[in-house]
Each structure stands twice: as C-alpha cells, then as structure tokens.
Write a protein that binds this ligand. Structure first.
Ligand code: F0G
Length: 460
C-alpha cells in the first residue's frame, strides 16, 4: 500500500452488529434517566461507544475458528499450551499464569509482594493497579517525566519514567522496601503515551543495581512497540514483535490485561522469570482464579488469546490502528479542540477545562463535555478529571484533579472511517455550541470510584 494517501481498514466485515440510532429528543430523555452519568446508559442507547478500548475488540475469523477448538479440560488443556506458547514466545518468561483479566494478575503479584511499609514505583499506576497495591497496605508512587505532565508540548515519549527520581526514591525509602518497579506501556493514565526503549533500559539498569523487581504492565505493548519503531533511532528495521520482545527481556515479569492488545473480550496473564516467586503466585491463583492451566479462563478464551497475541503485531494492523487514532486526534486539533498532544495509541484525550473555560472545576467541565457528546451525537466517553479523582477537604470543598480530561478510547477493529468522520462532525456542533454547555453538580455519590455510579444535576 506504499503510494496511497488513504490508509484502509486492513479487514473485511463478515458479521455485523446493529447500531441503534437515536434522536436528540430521545437522548435528552435517556441522559436524564441516567442522571447525567453515561455509565448508567444501556449500550443500545449509544451510537458510538468510546467508553473503553478494553474487552471491546472485534475478533478475527481466525480467532473465532480457534474458539471452536477450545479444549475445556480442567487440567493440561491443549488450548492452554497454545496460549502459553504464544506468551512465552513474546515475553521469554518461563513461568506463565493465566488470569481472567489484568487486575486478577495484579492482585496476585502485587498482593503477594506488597503489604504495609512496602512501595511500588511506576511511570503511572493504572487505577486498578494502584487499588490492588493500596489494598495490600503498600504505597504506590507515580513518577512520570515532567514532559508527560504538559498536555500541549510535543515529546515523542511522554510515557517515560523519571529515572532520576526513581533512584532518589529508592535511596530515600531503602531498596529493601521497594516491592517492585512497574513500567506501564503505553502509559494509559498519562494519556496513552509511549515509553522509549532507552527509558525502559535505564529503568532496568537501576532495578538491577538495587536488586529490585522490574515488571511491565504490558496491556498495550504492541502499540508501544509501534511508536518505538516510528520514533526511536536504531529501531527502524526491527519488527514490532522484536521490539516488544526486547522490552520484555529487560524485566523480571509482566502483567497483561489481554482485553487490549491480545484482541480478545476477556482474559489476562502474569508471566515471571523467577520460579520461587511464580510458585507463590501459583498458589494464590489456584485459590481464587482456577487451576494453573486455565486461571479464570475457558479453553476457547485461551485459543483466542493465543491467536490475538500474534495478530496484533501484524504491521498493517498496527499501522492502521495508530494512524486511525491519530487521524481523529489531528482533525480535532485542526478544528481547535484542545487536547493532549501528541496523540497516544488507543485514545484521544480532550482538555475540557480549556474547551469549557466558562464552567468552574467544581461544576465538572469534563462531565459537561461527556454529556454534550452524548446529547449531540450519541457518543459515550469517560471523564478523567475531578469526577474521577477529585477529593473533598475537611470543609467539604472540592480538591480538584490536576487536569479535566475526557477520554475517547477507540475499540480495536470495531469502527470504520465513516464512524470517525461522524465523530468529527459531532465535534463541529460541540464547538459551535460550546458557550451553551452547562456545568453539573453531584446529587448522590458512593465513597469509592465515584465516576461509575454518581448521579448529577445540571446547573441551570
Ligand atoms: N493496566 C492498565 C494500563 C489498564 O489500562 C488496565 C485496564 C488494567 C491494567 C486492568 O486490566 O481491566 O483487564 O483488569 N484498563 C481499562 C481501561 C479498564 O478502560 O483503560 P483489566
């Protein structure tokens, strides 16, 4: 496809799922019923679902064919051997445990290594990673590079970890108290930004020097490998898979939510180099997930993962995947929509504080944008700002999050170019009506993870 400007979806559609179209009037009613929180909407009331890229991939005909061969034996299923082989080929880690999704692996590994007085250090811990660490009594410390905190400035690897700070923290806390260093590739909470190989190597060297475990949170490792090949000197002639293999080779282990770059709807794994650590984790796996050759998975799930982990490194797929996310982001930027720059791998992150500068942060500009996107075009997105991370001080005053972002996460192989064109058109209206957008107040909220179930009211 060298000499063409148009990058086509490298697949044909064999099975379709209807999108239920709705009118503005209907959506107004639906949103009111959902108390202005799109998490409470049924999916058939959504036109374009950008809530997450997790577990929402379309599987290939090869994966569906593989599922028919799922071996559902309790122990030693052939499907497990296929999944294990695929993961070993990628990670080179000898000891592999299947889990039902990413957070199950996190609970097992970080729960085992954590506990009071222990610390984990990451470029940015994903919410469930942090929650599992804190649940064990340990502390999670985020040290993204300074460039990663500035949404507008271009930097090729905004997902990098601040290695100077890493060493300082190790010296301050004492290396024996650092339970592990976790590099998240790409850095989801930091805008889906990639990590460079140079940074991954620098982190490895420090971990080696202080004899600290080094893990990869690798759910988007293929997308990260794409950016390394594109932007880092010396990697132009390597395959995406070779780059990913090199990333894994630096580490002591990895946790993967297969719901992202393994192109499946459910699954995950934990892979480790050290037998003793693997045995301790295996015991925990058997208690809560399932026997060591299936974890929480059925045989057919394991077949799909084995195939998906190979398909995701296919160059035409990865090129299409990253270019289509970038296409959406660049178009929105050209139109004047403020957003995180450059565009990451799996999502476009919009800056709602700047777009709706007339809405104060205690009236949640991000949630206002989420509601406008749904009302205007039936697009479902998620607020990543003060609804998700805001806290209250002793007087009940909101302590806002550092940024008021909205994430448009793009499911893999699901939407076509015309869906994306439609989304761009919706933003045209969003921009035209931006001064009419109204803030929201929370009328009901749970104690934890309030973005999922809070209820809101519009400020009229
Ligand atoms: N690590 C990262 C970087 C993630 O993005 C996620 C999930 C997990 C771990 C946990 O995996 O959901 O399989 O238990 N991210 C989803 C998202 C939920 O929407 O970004 P899981």
């Amino acid at each position: 496809m060298e000499n063409f400007k148009t990058i086509i979806e490298p697949f044909k559609i064999k099975m379709v799922e209807p999108i239920h179209l709705s009118s503005f009037i209907q959506r107004k009613e639906y949103l009111k019923e959902a108390n202005f929180n799109p998490f409470a909407l049924d999916s058939d009331k959504v036109i374009i679902d950008f809530l997450t890229d997790s577990g929402t991939s379309a599987m290939s005909s090869d994966q569906w064919a593989g599922m028919m061969q799922g071996d559902e034996s309790y122990a030693g299923a052939s499907s497990w051997h296929k999944m294990r082989e695929s993961i070993f080929d990628l990670t080179g880690h000898e000891f592999i445990l299947p889990t039902h999704q990413g957070r199950a692996g996190e609970r097992i590994l970080y729960g085992h290594l954590g506990g009071p007085g222990k610390f984990f250090i990451s470029n940015t811990h994903f919410d469930t990673t942090r929650a599992n660490i804190e649940f064990s009594g340990a502390e999670a410390i985020d040290i993204p590079v300074e460039e990663g905190k500035n949404p507008k400035e271009y930097h090729p690897f905004k997902g990098n970890m601040d290695v100077k700070k890493l060493e300082e923290i190790i010296l301050e806390k004492g290396s024996a108290n650092i339970a592990g260093v976790i590099l998240t590739v790409t850095n989801n909470s930091g805008g889906g930004q990639p990590v460079s190989m140079e940074n991954a190597k620098a982190v490895a060297a420090i971990c080696k020097k202080y004899k600290i475990y080094y893990f990869l949170d690798c759910c988007r490792v293929a997308e990260n490998a794409y950016f390394i090949r594109l932007r880092e000197k010396g990697y132009e002639n390597k395959t995406y898979k070779e780059i990913a293999q090199e990333l894994f080779s630096l580490t002591d282990g990895a946790v993967m939510s297969a719901k992202k770059d393994a192109l499946v709807n459910m699954g995950g794994f934990l892979s480790l180099k050290e037998e003793e650590l693997a045995n301790a984790c295996k015991n925990l796996l058997i208690i809560t997930e399932g026997f060591a050759t299936y974890g929480g998975l059925s045989g057919r799930d394991m077949e799909a993962i084995a195939i998906g982990l190979r398909e995701v490194f296919e160059p035409n797929y990865l090129h299409y995947r990253i270019t289509s996310t970038t296409f959406l982001g660049e178009k929105l930027r050209e139109m004047g929509v403020p957003l995180m720059w450059p565009i990451g791998g799996h999502a476009v992150y919009l800056d709602a504080k700047e777009l709706y500068d007339h809405i104060p942060v205690d009236q949640y500009p991000g949630q206002a944008l989420v509601c406008e996107l749904y009302l205007t075009g039936g697009i479902r997105a998620v607020e990543i700002g003060s609804v998700m991370f805001g806290k209250y001080d002793d007087n009940g005053k909101l302590i806002p999050a550092p940024m008021e972002l909205v994430r448009l996460a793009i499911p893999r192989r699901v939407y076509t170019q015309s869906h994306i064109e439609y989304v761009i058109e919706v933003f045209d209206k969003i921009l035209k009506n931006k001064h009419n957008a109204k803030g929201l107040i929370i009328t009901e909220e749970p104690k934890f993870l309030r973005h999922f179930t809070s209820k809101f009211k519009r400020v009229e």
